[in-house]
Design a protein. Sequence first.
Length: 139
Amino acid sequence: MTFALLAAIAALGGDRVDLGDDLAVFDTRNNAPAEARFRFMADGRMLSYTETDGSYTEQGDWVVPTASAPGDYECKATMVSGSVTGAATGSWLAMSSTREWKRVQAAEGFSSAVFDVSVRKGTGPTLDTRRITLNATNL
């Protein structure tokens, strides 16, 4: 979203959806499955995860104020390359529950998945899109 559009929405007192800049998540492990994840939370937060760290990292709020979440917002992941497991891709999903996509590399090697996540309110137009790259390496 452009700054002018965000400022106009804020001035009107409405919700603001801003998914942020493109995000790359990297996980590298020795002789163990590597796992990189991206997650939308129903409470308005976005998180990433790596198996190496074993914990989630905050990636900002997908809606401001977060009290507006989940409302009737929906998200969609559109694959660009590779594949993911977890939430469905290619269709709009209610954000009333956690939506997570992950890339796992169980055998030795490297794999990557690239997808665009989008958010809309109800059946309205897409409000914002963010490119996510999940990289997993098992050494």
